[in-house]
Design a protein around this ligand. Structure first.
Ligand SMILES: [Zn+2]
Length: 291
């Protein structure tokens, strides 16, 4: 079965020591294509290198809202250089965009709710929301202009995101709201603008019943599945693949756990995993791979 990971970070340093094993496990789990999202200027070359080495990788380049405050004055030029690079894999029968734009977005959680000593934010200047907005809109316009899909992160800023999307020129092929955790009432508003929504295995934790209900009811033609690996672990009993913890003791989400997420989501939606996989494959190709 061909499974598709709509959003991950396989370039991450946490996965680097395990790369051969990770790619072997992805193949064994039936994962056929993964969108690997760069988040800052220093990891864009690593995404490009992974895409050169592995044909399952669809590279995506963007400045993440967490990294927005640490950008260099050359960030736009650097981003364009990566987006303009020749496609890593070309085949006459496989029409693929050169790359996607992402991970981009808006995050008020880092400003209002994150602990000052959250280790994931160590060394990062937390860009105020006006600054995040400017950076997000520039990258979104770039995706629209070039007909590239955009992968969008949003925490605690769904009203603002909707206002901005409604007023902006959007990619004609649509965009992804990765691991969407906003209000159920806003799903239709976003979908009307071209949104796709990716279900993350972390939503299988007992405390996320609201999100499971939201994804169970989501229109089938807008549904995708993702891992966000090495972040966002599944509940431990559902993990079929594990990796040793990172050097600082943090637990790592193995991206091959995508298969377990598909199985659980199929059950939630009351369809077979084959039906779900066929629908997700078609959605993935429409958004990321064709045209
Ligand atoms: Zn991400």
């Amino acid at each position: 079965m061909n499974l598709y990971d709509a959003h991950n970070h396989l370039q991450d340093a946490w996965l680097a020591p395990h790369r051969p094993r990770v790619f072997a496990d992805l193949a064994a789990a039936g994962v056929g294509r993964v969108v690997v999202n760069g988040t800052c200027e220093t990891d864009w070359p690593e995404v490009a290198a992974l895409a050169q080495e592995n044909s399952v990788v669809l590279p995506s380049y963007g400045l993440h809202p967490w990294d927005a405050g640490n950008r260099t004055p050359d960030w736009q030029k650097n981003l364009l250089t990566h987006l303009d690079a020749p496609p890593p894999h070309s085949s006459p029968s496989f029409h693929s965009p050169r790359a996607a734009v992402g991970e981009i977005g808006l995050d008020r959680w880092i400003l209002d709710r994150a602990r000052p000593d959250d280790p994931r934010l160590a060394g990062l200047r937390r860009a105020p929301i006006a600054e995040q907005t400017e950076i997000f809109l520039w990258q979104l316009a770039l995706a629209a202009e070039r007909h590239l899909p955009a992968s969008i992160h949003c925490l605690d800023a769904f009203g603002l995101l909707h206002d901005l999307l409604r007023a902006a020129k959007l990619p004609a092929r649509g965009f992804l709201l990765h691991a969407y955790s906003g209000p159920a009432e806003m799903v239709k508003n976003f979908a009307d603008l071209g949104a796709h929504f990716s279900f993350n295995g972390a939503f299988l934790a007992p405390r996320h019943a609201r999100l499971r209900a939201l994804y169970a009811a989501l229109p089938a033609d807008r549904l995708l599945v993702e891992t966000d690996a090495p972040a966002m672990r599944l509940p431990a009993p559902l993990e079929k693949f594990t990796l040793p913890p990172a050097a600082d003791g943090s637990a790592i989400n193995h991206p091959a756990n995508l298969a377990a997420t598909y199985a659980a989501l199929a059950e939630l939606r009351g369809v077979s995993v084959e039906i779900l996989a066929g629908q997700v494959k078609s959605n993935f190709n429409k958004l990321f791979d064709h045209g």
